[in-house]
Design a protein around this ligand. Structure first.
Ligand SMILES: [Zn+2]
Length: 125
């Protein structure tokens, strides 16, 4: 099993109100992280290859992409988990919350698309 999806109980808080919900987190194994890093490398190198055909700009774009590639690969490899889905409602109005960030750093601060209030989402203990 390379990627495991874990469901965590969370609490969304807006002002005085709080609502329980769940959050699904994709946890990557070492093999999955290597696959994601290889995919990132392939994308960066493909962009560098496309930049070869741009007259003039290729003198800057190709070396830039070749320098950025190992940094992007390392950054992708270091990601061990990402938020896949948020199943929580806004504590203020009851509208569905959607996660705009994918990094699993708690507490999450998500703005409700219905009432524009900020909800603080933290893992329920
Ligand atoms: Zn709301």
């Amino acid at each position: 099993m390379s990627t495991q999806v874990v469901t965590k109980s969370v609490t969304a808080v807006s002002g005085e109100r709080s609502v329980a919900g769940t959050i699904q987190v994709a946890c990557f194994s070492k093999e999955a992280r290597l696959k994601r890093a290889a995919k990132t490398a392939a994308i960066c190198l493909a962009i560098a290859l496309v930049c070869v055909g741009i007259p003039g700009a290729h003198f800057v774009l190709v070396p830039s992409m070749l320098l950025i590639t190992p940094l992007m690969v390392l950054r992708t490899y270091r990601v061990t988990s990402l938020i896949a889905e948020v199943n929580a409602t806004c504590a203020a109005c009851g509208g569905k919350l959607t996660s705009l960030t994918s990094k699993e750093i708690y507490p999450l601060y998500e703005r409700c698309l219905s009432c524009q209030r900020e909800n603080r989402i933290s893992v329920a203990s």
